[in-house]
Design a protein around this ligand. Structure first.
Ligand SMILES: *[C@@H]1O[C@H](CO)[C@@H](O)[C@H](O)[C@H]1NC(C)=O
Ligand SMILES: *[C@@H]1O[C@H](CO)[C@@H](O)[C@H](O)[C@H]1NC(C)=O
Length: 319
């Protein structure tokens, strides 16, 4: 049989080229697999939350905080369609803008609604009238609360250079602004976070639980100390530190636990409030105006209840 001699002459060189080709190909595949695994958008959806991503504000008050330089900023996460809750807060504790000689300002924090721009349809004037709406472009949902908290920290860390503290408080609460300011006038200005601090809380492994976390997402048996999300306070040097820490800590959808994880990473301990019973989640069934005069924040059944509580608080006798 005829065999071209050219072929046998060239074959060592060809073999080396083929070998090189396979090496480069497997290197490229390897890089691709690693990249896919470590890039957040491709990681298994097990983790529920998509933070960190780049979200931005579609409704914003870019200069208000800088211009006003309040002593404390109160951030109230609320559903986009929660106009009633916002109005109740504006008419009750959210009215208190000057207490003990200190300026307090309030912002409502919203994500995007599933239904197209409800806020614009239902209340075209609201955000222009009160200048208190911050709406980011992630989908507002329970499982996305960590995103809400992180965009809140981004906002605080970049918009309030001359503010000492921020408080995050839920919309179905009574907030005693006077007691809050009273506490903060005596509090450290740096590395300070307080609230109702949970210590040694067990991780819930029952998949039907509202706060279930699988061992793959969070292998430890208990959480590090964290301040319950109903209402917590932080000094404003913390937001940027927490954001920096969050780059290396896998997000969990339980927002207050996630802040606890970041605080542990930073090595900053949480501070208990000086008086027990000032951050309350189990409100006694019998309450009076004097009771509400003694707390900082109390969880209520819903935001409508704020109206009754506010009335009792304002018309209380000398306590
Ligand atoms: C969280 O928000 C992102 C961005 O808007 C969205 O893609 C995702 O579906 C949301 N997750 C949940 C559980 O609502
Ligand atoms: C910061 O705020 C204080 C009052 O809280 C004010 O006296 C001071 O002028 C402000 N500084 C700047 C740079 O805005």
């Amino acid at each position: 049989m005829f065999r071209p001699s050219l072929c046998s002459e060239k074959s060592p060189w060809k073999g080396a080229r083929r070998w090189l080709f396979y090496v480069v190909l497997s290197l490229m595949l390897g890089v691709l697999v690693l990249y896919t695994w470590f890039s957040p958008s491709w990681r298994p959806s097990l983790f529920h939350v998509e933070y960190p991503y780049r979200y931005h504000f579609i409704l914003d008050e870019p200069n208000r905080c800088r211009q006003e330089s309040p002593f404390v900023v109160v951030m109230i996460p609320v559903a986009p369609q929660g106009r009633e809750a916002r109005d109740i807060i504006r008419r009750t504790w959210g009215r208190e803008s000057q207490v003990l000689g200190q300026l307090i300002s309030y912002y409502f924090l919203l994500g995007k609604s599933r239904i197209v721009s409800v806020i614009k349809l239902k209340s075209p004037d609201t955000f222009k009238k009160y200048h208190d709406i911050l709406q980011s472009n992630f989908l507002d949902s329970y499982k996305n609360l960590t995103i809400k908290t992180m965009v809140m920290l981004e906002w605080l860390g970049s918009h309030c250079p001359n503010t000492s503290y921020a408080m995050k408080v839920d919309s179905d609460t009574f907030l005693n602004v006077r007691n809050l300011v009273d506490l903060l006038l005596e509090a450290p200005r740096h590395n300070y976070m307080t609230g109702l601090v949970a210590r040694g809380a067990a991780v819930l492994r029952d998949p039907t639980s509202k706060w279930f976390l699988s061992p793959e997402v969070f292998p430890e048996d208990s959480y590090p100390p964290y301040a319950l999300g109903v209402g917590y306070v932080l000094s404003l040097d913390l937001p940027n530190q927490i954001l920096e820490a969050s780059k290396t800590i896998q997000a969990v959808y339980i927002e207050d636990v996630y802040l606890g994880l970041c605080m542990r990473h930073l090595g900053i301990p949480l501070t208990d409030p000086p008086h027990g019973g000032s951050f309350v989640i189990n409100t006694p069934s019998e309450t009076t105006g004097c009771y509400f005069a003694s707390v900082i924040v109390t969880l209520l059944q819903n935001s409508e209840q704020i109206l009754d509580v506010w009335k009792a608080y304002e018309t209380r006798p000398d306590c």
